[in-house]
Design a protein around this ligand. Sequence first.
Ligand code: PEP
Length: 256
Amino acid sequence: MRIPMIAGNWKMNTTINEAIQLVSEIRWKLGAIDNVDKVICPPFISLAAVSELIKGSSIKLGAQNLYFEDNGAYTGEISPLMLADLCELVIIGHSERRQYFNETGEIIDKKIQAALRFGLKPILCIGENSDENEAGKTEEVITNQLMASSTRVYYLSGLVIAYEPVWAIGTGRAATGKQANETIGFIRHTISQKEGKRIAQDLRILYGGSVTAANAAEFINQPEIDGALVGGASLKPAEFLSIVKQTAEIRGRLSG
Ligand code: PEP
């Protein structure tokens, strides 16, 4: 049984004080929920403060990005070496980075390698945009993204995939549970063909795109979906807690 994961991507939101306040509001309740991996990904600038606050709890910390070199003349960048003491996970290849910062498959692949060198677990984001979706190219786009950054070593390292259709991110227009389940089933099948059934069965694949407390159950109830990458709703303490709680309840029921 794959352990479900709910990861909160705060994006470029919260000052350090706001981050401290947000985490202080949820840490006890969130930390007390079992059988779900709970991950929060604040901006770089708040990682140290949040790391102190969640020390000793079951909440895991993730970064939203990294650069692929360890150190050097790369003004403004943050390396995996700097993150390794603070974080367990790192989001890589988010569609906003692909779109606004021109991250290509090659760059994303280098970032995954860099994360793994320092024992950081990547949450690799893939997904089609609305034109590609409307043109019926979802499977082609996803296959290309997977092939650009996928080797057996990655999967064995505990890499997590987040399927995030770009048209569903931050739009309030989530995919349906059925749509997301089918595409995630396709992702698992593609990886199974390339790397073998065992690796595909053990791989956690999350859905992301306008997940809220109101629609989370629709996704978590699907057999192929192992949790969610949550953007906007992760900034609302009650909403995020509710998504994690529902996941624990549904998964407890499904496995019991
Ligand atoms: C995201 O940023 O990965 C995301 C899914 O955002 P939202 O939940 O706001 O759509």
